[in-house]
Design a protein around this ligand. Structure first.
Ligand code: 16G
Length: 385
């Protein structure tokens, strides 16, 4: 057969040192790179057979991970991006250790045992690490694939998890992601942005009306101001889901317990606006359920020393702010002056904004010590004045 003639021809270029025995170990074959050329060629052959057998794309990664630089290694990746199944590890060892003249017989033995249809198409993805030996070794893998007329895609330098990802994407027709480096980075970075957007603390302008609206955009929105205003809002969808889970008898115990707890929490909260009586009851309940004292609760978090001052000016409206009142955009030069004062202190921040209730400008400053916070607030007040 033409296919096997090509294997015979190509394998002569990747000869096995007689008597050498290697084992497919924890993470594939790993040893000194000088002993691996024939192994790579043969793993190219085996990956092609595995691809024909599974009718899916198979991965071959050339790497020895944390091993010394002079080592290298290879491992196979199964269709869903997982490690190759143990039966095929046995075949890998068998094929790797067949003496040069026995290679075809060993190959045919695997084909027969697995009833592989040799006319089935094969597709193999190959990746390599940064070792200098990886260049020629990954080439040997590609030779193995082409010797059995398989198709290959060489991803070049990739991390091992990236190659696993590519294989899975390819075999799920893109459901897991796009089988490209761009697809990998896009998927991860977008997921990261989405995730951190959901844990993110949103800042708004001062005032319950601003906070309340921002909190309404979440399924469960908790809002508060340093002066004590605040409450918790549940979206209609969240309330309905909690209700459904609390009533559903097929829901697992842990989830049901959480749903019942949330269901009992909702009516304790005054969702129309912050309410000290309602907040007190909710906090009492949370501390009782968690078995915590007020002192323990208070010790979870400590504010930096801070100072708030009010400055009387001719017209407070000359101060205009942006970024949820954290930057002064006018008058010109004010923000730069604040920034340079803040740089004089450790762990310092300072904001100025026109009050919404009095004819004054509010100056807020915080810093590592109370003395620094007081002094910064004073200096910023002078800059405002
Ligand atoms: C009002 C607001 C409060 C805000 C404060 C700011 C309500 C119910 N209360 O008390 O949310 O923090 O004004 O006042 O809306 P200021 O701009 O004078 O500092």
């Amino acid at each position: 057969m033409v296919q096997f003639q090509e294997v015979t021809k190509q394998s002569a270029l990747h000869p096995k040192p007689a008597g050498l025995v290697l084992q497919y170990g924890t993470a594939g074959f790993r040893t000194n790179a000088k002993l691996l050329d024939h192994i790579m060629f043969r793993m190219g052959l085996l990956a092609t057979l595995r691809s024909k057998k599974t009718k899916a794309t198979i991965g071959v990664m050339v790497t020895a991970s944390h091993n010394p630089e002079e080592d290298n290694g290879v491992k196979l990746v199964d269709p869903m991006g997982e490690m190759v199944t143990p039966t095929w590890e046995v075949y890998a060892t068998q094929l790797a250790n067949a003496e040069q003249d026995d290679l075809l017989a060993s190959l045919k033995d695997i084909i027969e045992k697995e009833s592989i249809n040799m006319s089935q198409e094969a597709n193999v993805f190959v990746g390599k690490d940064t070792r200098s030996s990886s260049v020629s070794l990954s080439k040997a893998v590609l030779d193995g694939v082409s010797a059995l007329a398989g198709h290959s895609k060489d991803y070049g330098l990739v991390t091992t998890p990236q190659l696993h990802y590519m294989v899975c994407c390819q075999n799920t027709q893109g459901e897991y992601g796009e089988a490209t480096m761009k697809g990998y980075y896009t998927k991860l970075s977008q997921a990261f942005i989405q995730l951190t957007k959901n844990v993110t603390v949103r800042c708004t302008k001062t005032g319950v009306k601003h906070l309340h609206h921002a909190a309404q955009e979440f399924d469960i929105g908790v809002y508060f101001e340093a002066n004590g205003h605040g409450t918790v809002l549940f979206s209609k969808a969240a309330e309905e889901k909690i209700q459904r889970l609390a009533e559903d008898s097929s829901v697992a115990n842990e989830r049901k317990r959480a749903a019942l707890l949330l269901r009992s929490t909702i009516p304790v909260i005054n969702q129309t606006v912050g309410d000290a009586i309602s907040d007190m009851l909710l906090i009492e309940a949370i501390l009782a359920i968690k078995g915590m004292t007020i002192q323990q609760w208070d010790a979870i978090y400590s504010d930096l020393p801070n100072r708030q001052l009010k400055v009387k000016v001719a017209d407070r409206r000359v101060i205009d702010t942006a970024d949820a009142e954290r930057r002064a955009v006018s008058p010109k030069g004010l923000q730069e002056a604040i920034d340079s004062l803040v740089r004089k202190y450790r762990e310092a921040r300072s904001f100025v904004r026109p009050s919404g209730t009095e004819d004054v400008v509010r100056v807020y400053a915080e810093a590592e010590t109370q003395e620094s916070a007081d002094s910064l607030a004073h200096e910023v007040s002078l800059a405002v004045y």
